[in-house]
Design a binder for this molecule. Structure first.
Ligand SMILES: [Zn+2]
Length: 275
């Protein structure tokens, strides 16, 4: 009898925790369970240097697993269309994203994605374009333009300077958010509709600025709260990187399969020195 009481208690507590961790309480708004699986990569390298790198061997295995398990990769255009038309995302769909715009994208990720006909979105920092910082080179303007012409890929904003948006003045915030939208729209000739927050950091002012700049969605890392905005303005993503642990495929499968069951620990809030 005692065991039964304990089991009931544990199940009740778990259910309460899970339901209170939903995106929002509104009935007409999207909840986390409605979103596809969202993956956040940074650089793909021959061999990892920092925790946010993924080796090309691991990346290739991960993409093979998605393909073998019939996951559909969404283009950012498809993702935004589902959001704006309020239509359900395809079953077993995944949005693959890369932050910062390192040259491992064209060197390693793009060939692997093209081989499998997979979509991906690249969030680029305007001021880092064509620069190099220690072991990390950033894509050039020419490379970004070429990627933007391939229907598999989408170029989106990751601000002008990669500043922590929660720690800058209102004027700077406006520049970082609206300025990068304008820049990437002009660079690619395609409307830039989404933004990823540097370090995944945001607060109410940041979400206000994003809505004001007419972005359709914005991406975080961990769930830091809604701040009275719709869930689509602070979408968490799974941090892919060697920092997640050594057994790459086991962790990858667990993250993808459990995404809809809201494993808070999957949204590891970590960042390396160069992010
Ligand atoms: Zn970043």
């Amino acid at each position: 009898m005692k065991i039964r009481v304990w089991i009931t208690l544990v199940i009740t507590v778990l259910l309460v925790c899970l339901s209170s961790y939903g995106f929002c309480s509104g009935t007409d708004q999207l909840k986390r369970k409605d979103f596809p699986v969202l993956l956040m990569y940074h650089d793909i390298k021959e061999a990892e240097i920092n925790g946010f790198d993924v080796s090309v061997k691991d990346f290739s295995q991960q993409m093979d697993w998605l393909a073998a398990n019939n996951y559909k990769t969404l283009s950012m255009h498809e993702f935004v269309e589902c959001l704006t038309q309020n239509t359900p995302f395809p079953k077993k769909s995944v949005l693959i994203t890369f932050d910062d715009g390192y040259d491992g994208i064209t060197r390693y990720a793009v060939p692997e994605l093209r081989k499998r006909g997979m979509n991906a979105t690249f969030f680029i920092i305007k001021d880092r374009i064509g620069t190099k910082l220690t072991d990390y080179s950033y894509l050039t303007e020419q490379q970004i333009k070429e990627l933007s012409k391939d229907p598999l890929f989408s170029i989106q904003a990751h601000t002008l300077t990669h500043a922590d948006l929660t720690k800058i003045s209102a004027e700077q915030l406006q520049d970082e958010v609206a300025g990068s939208k304008k820049f990437f729209t002009e660079l690619t000739g395609t409307q830039c509709e989404t933004i990823a927050f540097p370090y995944g950091f945001y607060n109410k002012s940041v979400l206000n600025a994003v809505e004001k700049a007419d972005y359709k969605a914005s991406f975080a890392v961990s769930d830091l709260g809604l701040y009275d905005h719709e869930a689509k303005f602070s979408i968490p993503r799974i941090y892919m990187g060697s920092i997640m642990g050594k057994n790459n495929m086991k962790l990858f499968k667990r993250s993808v399969l459990n995404y809809k069951n809201i494993p808070k620990e999957a949204f590891v809030e970590r960042f390396g020195p160069l992010q």
